[in-house]
Design a binder for this molecule. Sequence first.
Ligand SMILES: *[C@@H]1O[C@H](CO)[C@@H](O)[C@H](O)[C@H]1NC(C)=O
Ligand SMILES: *[C@@H]1O[C@H](CO)[C@@H](O)[C@H](O)[C@H]1NC(C)=O
Ligand SMILES: *[C@@H]1O[C@H](CO)[C@@H](O)[C@H](O)[C@H]1NC(C)=O
Ligand SMILES: *[C@@H]1O[C@H](CO)[C@@H](O)[C@H](O)[C@H]1NC(C)=O
Ligand SMILES: *[C@@H]1O[C@H](CO)[C@@H](O)[C@H](O)[C@H]1NC(C)=O
Ligand SMILES: CC(=O)N[C@H]1CO[C@H](CO)[C@@H](O)[C@@H]1O
Length: 447
Amino acid sequence: MASSTYRHRDMKTALCVLSAFAVLGVNGLPDFSVTDATISPPGEKECSAYYYAPVGNAVASFPTIWQPATIMPSDTNAQAKWESIKQYIPDIAPKGNTDGNFDGVVYPADDPDCWWTATKCVTPKAQGIPADIAIMPEPRTLGYGFDDGPNCTHNAFYDYLKSQNQKATMFFIGSNVMNWPLEAQRAITDGHEVCVHTWSHHYLTAMESEDVFAELYYTSSHQACGWSHTNMLQGKECLQPLDRNVPHLADAFLSSNRFYQPPFGDIDDRVRAIANALGLRTVLWKYDSDDWQVGTPTSPTATPQDIDANYQRMIDDAQKGAFDTAGTIILAHELNDFTMQEAIKFYPKLKAAFAHIVPIAVGLNITHPYVEGNTTFPTFEQYITGSMTLSTNFTIANNSVLSTSSSSSPSPTQSEKKSGSIRTLESSNASHLLLALAVFAAAAATL
Ligand SMILES: *[C@@H]1O[C@H](CO)[C@@H](O)[C@H](O)[C@H]1NC(C)=O
Ligand SMILES: *[C@@H]1O[C@H](CO)[C@@H](O)[C@H](O)[C@H]1NC(C)=O
Ligand SMILES: *[C@@H]1O[C@H](CO)[C@@H](O)[C@H](O)[C@H]1NC(C)=O
Ligand SMILES: *[C@@H]1O[C@H](CO)[C@@H](O)[C@H](O)[C@H]1NC(C)=O
Ligand SMILES: *[C@@H]1O[C@H](CO)[C@@H](O)[C@H](O)[C@H]1NC(C)=O
Ligand SMILES: CC(=O)N[C@H]1CO[C@H](CO)[C@@H](O)[C@@H]1O
């Protein structure tokens, strides 16, 4: 077998800077209430850390934020789950290190592992794993995805999406959700699709299989508790990781409606098999805005004009008919104000260039995007004709039922209803205080 030394040429280091905020309490110290989550326009106060009991109470059951995850020693559910699936994971060795240094990795030219980082392979070679999703099957359709949230300054961006009545797919990092749970809730309340972007945002192919499992498992179980569904909204502690009860690789996946996106696109068939066993399907992209590069130490020469050109390249291709038979997926980020402003700036041009801009689940006619709960999405047809509302019913702490709706056709009444729901949730706990979690800011290059 021919071998070549594979060097990762486009290395991006996920540099995580710890900025531990002081832990302050009730008496005379800064008192940021959970209503901070709705402050708009963006500003420093939006990013003041707060304490939210459902997350604060559960923090000990989850891995340390921004550190590569491992199965918690006391977590017998996770251990049992891992024991039940590990026999299905292909015997492929880890590659490089978790910061994406693949120096010295010798990888055969025929790409036996379908390693996307090396070859952009999206069709697994191992048996029983579905192909990655990297396009939208519907013509002239754009799958609209944002990685790395929730970001504390996202309100202006989310307000913009709301004003355009546009839903997107948000691939959230578990560590960010721990820090910004109410911002994560806003994505759900606004009717966006929330998917998994791992716990700590490291290179998955470098990890031991058990740790890849943990990166996905704790993010998914966190999702069950906090992002999509009832527990956090009910103020329940989320101590029980989700038991997805998936006995076999073979049936795990094909019926699953859940997606994850691997940081840096770094997957091979070993990572895919682990995700598959957890009911998660891989989403990649065809067009990379590379918007994250601006202002990062790892790509000091990237300018805003470069990012404009990346967006424009996809728009030009659309205008030339490149998506007339099948649509595409863009990768952009909810990483910082620049990436979000760039998304806002290009939205009208994307609207003009594509017939439809949709969340990934909608583009695939997946109407129940989460494993549990009552969230219902429209089919593609329903979404584009505005004939069905997204709806989810959840019960808040005082047992009243809060119903949020977001129509796919513009309706001021419904937007009011949505923001009303957020206020209700907050005011039910406005006295609630701050800051227990040390807050880490993910500072650099991220994809
Ligand atoms: C969120 O965005 C702000 C503004 O651009 C940025 O300073 C901050 O680092 C981001 N937070 C995270 C966790 O990436
Ligand atoms: C979505 O469902 C419609 C029928 O409701 C069908 O015509 C279309 O091909 C489906 N698209 C995808 C991508 O499954
Ligand atoms: C779904 O909604 C029904 C009522 O509409 C409620 O009884 C049920 O508890 C909800 N389930 C979840 C998981 O929220
Ligand atoms: C949500 O609740 C409303 C009534 O409160 C009901 O009409 C609707 O069908 C429910 N939606 C779901 C998805 O359960
Ligand atoms: C319960 O929450 C609802 C909003 O969902 C609010 O209107 C109502 O006043 C609350 N009831 C109590 C007793 O707090
Ligand atoms: C949902 C939620 O966070 N509920 C909390 C509201 O505040 C009271 C008092 O601080 C807590 O006891 C609840 O757990």
